[in-house]
Design a binder for this molecule. Sequence first.
Ligand SMILES: Cc1cc2nc3c(=O)[nH]c(=O)nc-3n(C[C@H](O)[C@H](O)[C@H](O)COP(=O)(O)OP(=O)(O)OC[C@H]3O[C@@H](n4cnc5c(N)ncnc54)[C@H](O)[C@@H]3O)c2cc1C
Length: 466
Amino acid sequence: MRVVIIGGGISGLATAFLLQQQAQEQGRSIALQVLEAEPRVGGKIRSLLSEKGYLCEWGPNGFLDGKPATLDLCRRLQIAEQLMRSDDNARRRFIYAENRLHQVPENAGAFLRTGLLTPAAKMRMAAEVFIPPRRSEEDESLADFCRRRLGRQALDRLVAPMVSGIFAGDPESMSLASCFPRIRQLETDYGGLFRAMFRLARRRRAEKRAGKAVASASGPAGVLTSFADGLQRLPDRLQQVLGEQVEVCAPVLALEPAASGFALHLGDGRRLQADAVVSALPAYDFADLVQVFDQPMADLLREIPYASLQVVCLGFERRHIAHDLNGFGFLMAHPNPLPMLGTLWDSSIFSRRAPEGRVLLRSMLGGASRPQVADWDDDTLVQETRSALRQTMGIAAAPEFACVFRHRRAIPQYPTGHGRRLQELRHRTGLYPGLHFTGNAFFGIGLNDCVSAAQATADALFSGGS
Ligand SMILES: Cc1cc2nc3c(=O)[nH]c(=O)nc-3n(C[C@H](O)[C@H](O)[C@H](O)COP(=O)(O)OP(=O)(O)OC[C@H]3O[C@@H](n4cnc5c(N)ncnc54)[C@H](O)[C@@H]3O)c2cc1C
């Protein structure tokens, strides 16, 4: 079987590697090819070491070890021993609200003491145990879910900042079921979030007493994990292991179903034949390829919106910053008057991100609610970041290092109705046996989600499903 995977981000590379492993395990013969348009693999994953010695992540700065997918992939690639867990202090996360940074409460005592929420808002949150579960099957927005179960202030000061940190998204339009399926499941299975927390904590205690292995105390989310020289080690290793099966500078310009399989037209004029094709592309690039033979499929793909995000890395001399930087960083509560969504204290999260005596702060600007920020020039982005850091953290010093990364279409958003759209997409691709799709536009945006989806795609390819 000849399989072509289009796109050499984590989704495409992981699909290729997992397919190859599966073929070897089952003694099946498979000819694989990964085609990547850019001169490098990794897509959104890219680690850049500046001349001054700052290690800047262009996109993701790690994956969570609470889910097994990426960790497992690293083990299979024999690079698990090189993994680096984030500093313990990075468990402390902050939210900027009411003109100051508040540590996100981690336990009941801290919740009672925090000034992040008013006493009335805390009471409203506590009342969640009395709110009956929603029985409707209709997709609900994250904001509606939070207002219904936890109250308005919990949405503005806890959930909305978290959502902008993950999706750069707007909770008013995001689908709860597609963005946070686990939360929806907890309401369905246990009747509410606090009820689920109590029951799961009881179960964990019982399992611990019975001597069973129990998930880490940091909860299902896990610990942020990367490599000493940055996350790019992961796609680089995949490329190394896959060898000549990965081709860079190989944009696919056209795709067409053929009498048997597919024909692909490449940028350099080559024409390839494949029995099966996996798109590991952003939805809009996949749409460009399918529109010549299936306009409804292209329309569905183009309905998936993307939020833009500008990443501004600033390096400072440590002695110029009064703040202890003891934590992960902070996110902005809603309503947020600043263009900044939040700032990660990168050199506090992982060692070796800044030279000795220096610190690296990485701020995110723009997001779904402020698309116009994508049009600002680099100087404006740096000035706006400095002004926001002065207001939120009291940093008046000039940075000794600055760089800006732009993602015009950074993160796919899953608005309400995303699940139905996926079903329709599956129906359309099912009309072309051998056509598969994976990637962060569909089944989750985290690296763990991309790797899990890659595994499901590899399984489907071998089983003949879609
Ligand atoms: C700023 C930022 C921070 C993030 N932080 C985190 C984080 O900390 N943790 C986390 O888990 N996730 C994070 N994410 C999300 C995560 O990085 C992405 O969801 C994931 O990397 C997407 O991988 P992908 O392979 O699906 O897509 P992509 O990385 O977008 O790869 C798609 C590839 O397809 C290629 N391509 C496009 N068109 C063609 C064509 N015609 N022919 C051939 N190739 C083509 C592209 O060049 C690209 O390499 C972050 C994302 C961003 C933008």
